[in-house]
Design a protein around this ligand. Structure first.
Ligand SMILES: NC(=O)c1ccc[n+]([C@@H]2O[C@H](COP(=O)([O-])OP(=O)(O)OC[C@H]3O[C@@H](n4cnc5c(N)ncnc54)[C@H](OP(=O)(O)O)[C@@H]3O)[C@@H](O)[C@H]2O)c1
Length: 272
């Protein structure tokens, strides 16, 4: 498997759209409850603050799994490596654990950006490489193009959206998925089913949603500004949803609720 499937790193703390004191406090609270994986991106314009906050946690570097993502504006031969070097400087580290392409290149041609990503890895700027917002076909094409494995495709993944095509591609290519918008930015809480199921396990609606994602074989990114939610989101390893409950939740994917689509991100690909 991959780094994300080491138990500690299956729960990653996301930093978008946090900045300033709120980001600092959230990262410290996350580290305090046990998060060791953190996700940022050039586009979030918070790498420097994330780097400072991570340093302030006092957690040794070798215990952390730090992911950043390259902005599509830097997908050129001149800009790619310098942009990653700049990210490392801001994050106060020599190497990230995972460097992802934040989006497929807007023209749909994934080759050049994947080559540049591989180059960054060869230069030692990252341990692992991955992608984000790739379609199932792009996952297959990327697998065929590369001679190093991609450790993840970070995508919108929650129980209100069916992502079976991506799950199938993940199995076929060996590129595991990681979730974002894991609680659909709060939309899941409008549906009582998650709290109802949680009552039987002594867990909250959010914990049920996150556990469902994990049991789908997908590692999770969550973000919260509230210490109680940060802690609750981390405690999802000590129970297992029954197959009946997994199926009940699966039924919710018919809702077809997508947050990050072309209306929000005009250069988004035609998602599966
Ligand atoms: N690759 C990409 O293109 C991409 C796109 C989007 C996001 N991401 C990454 O994924 C991370 C997570 O995604 P996201 O933040 O967009 O969506 P999300 O995790 O679905 O939603 C975050 C929202 O949910 C609330 N929340 C979190 N845990 C909760 C809980 N236990 N109970 C109640 N409310 C809860 C938070 O509010 P409170 O602060 O009030 O708890 C926050 O407003 C981001 O931070 C970012 O790192 C990546």
């Amino acid at each position: 498997m991959t780094i994300y499937f080491e138990k500690t790193y299956q729960r990653c703390f996301g930093t978008f759209p946090l900045k300033g004191q709120q980001l600092h406090d959230a990262v410290l609270a996350a580290a305090e409850v046990g998060y060791r994986a953190f996700d940022t991106a050039q586009m979030y314009e918070n790498e420097a603050e994330t780097g400072a906050a991570l340093q302030a946690t006092g957690v040794p570097r070798d215990e952390l799994c730090i992911t950043t993502k390259v902005d599509i504006a830097n997908f050129t031969g001149e800009k790619f490596l310098p942009s990653v070097e700049e990210s490392l400087k801001k994050l106060r580290i020599d190497q990230v654990d995972a460097l992802l392409l934040h989006w497929p290149a807007p023209d749909g041609d994934i080759r050049e950006s994947l080559q540049l990503l591989q180059q960054a890895q060869r230069h030692g700027l990252t341990k692992h490489i991955g992608v984000s917002n790739y379609t199932a076909q792009m996952m297959r094409d990327a697998k065929a193009l590369l001679d190093t494995p991609l450790v993840t495709n970070q995508v919108e993944f929650h129980p209100l959206l069916n992502q079976d095509k991506l799950l199938k591609a993940a199995t076929e290519t060996g590129i595991p998925l990681a979730s974002y918008c894991s609680v659909a930015r709060g939309e899941v809480f409008k549906y009582p089913i998650f709290a109802d199921i949680g009552a039987a396990y002594g867990k909250t609606a959010a914990q049920v949603v996150l556990r469902w994602i994990l049991q789908k074989g997908v590692s999770i990114n969550t973000m919260s500004t509230k210490p109680a939610n940060i802690e609750a989101n981390f405690h999802v390893m000590d129970f297992t949803l029954s197959s009946i409950d997994m199926h009940r939740i699966e039924d919710m994917t018919k809702t077809g609720y997508r947050i990050v689509g072309k209306d929000l991100v005009p250069y988004a690909p035609d998602f599966d």
